[in-house]
Write a protein that binds this ligand. Structure first.
Ligand SMILES: [Zn+2]
Length: 171
């Protein structure tokens, strides 16, 4: 873990474990010369977004490329932040995602929407069936046909939800 941390950031101090306690004491009790560093502009902008003090779209645009995905948290536009292999996304209100967490949020939203659609088609089928029983002739036949169409949609949505359950693997 220390090696990984040193590969990711520039460390202020690199010491053996036995010397860390003394340094922490010095740092907290004595005034050591501070090594002032300039915070990179993109980090500063991201921090301001996280604190929800930034609503300037121009500043958010400077972070990265706007992508055609919506933020699952607020429905806002997302920007791709940074480069390289690590895909990160942010909206201007402060929600932040990695590729994996965005995918997981999208999957959850899709599933919720499908269950809502399933429930609504079932209600529609039941209403049409009930209505058909109170009618005769062409009106009754039309209501029955429409309830049967709803049943087709219900079966399709169920099949998708069940297939999705089976294909879900822990990742
Ligand atoms: Zn958002």
């Amino acid at each position: 873990m220390p090696t990984n941390a040193m590969n990711q950031i520039e460390a202020d101090y690199i010491l053996p474990v036995s010397e860390i306690g003394n340094l922490l004491t010095k740092l907290t009790t004595k005034k050591l010369p501070l090594r002032r560093k300039t915070v990179p502009k993109d980090i500063l902008t991201e921090a301001k977004i996280a604190e929800r003090v930034l609503s300037d779209l121009q500043a958010v645009n400077s972070l990265g490329e706007q992508v055609p995905f919506n933020c699952p948290g607020c429905g806002g536009v997302l920007w791709k932040i940074g480069g390289g292999k690590e895909l990160r996304y942010r909206c201007h209100t402060g929600h932040a995602y990695t590729y994996k967490s965005l995918l997981a949020e999208q999957t959850t939203k899709i599933e919720e929407t499908m269950w809502t659609a399933l429930r609504m088609f079932e209600e529609r089928r039941n209403l049409l069936t009930t209505y058909a029983k109170t009618q005769t002739g062409a009106v009754a036949r039309s209501a029955v046909e429409r309830s049967e169409q709803s049943q087709v949609h219900i079966d399709r949505i169920r099949a998708i939800l069940l297939a999705d359950d089976k294909s879900t693997t822990p990742n």
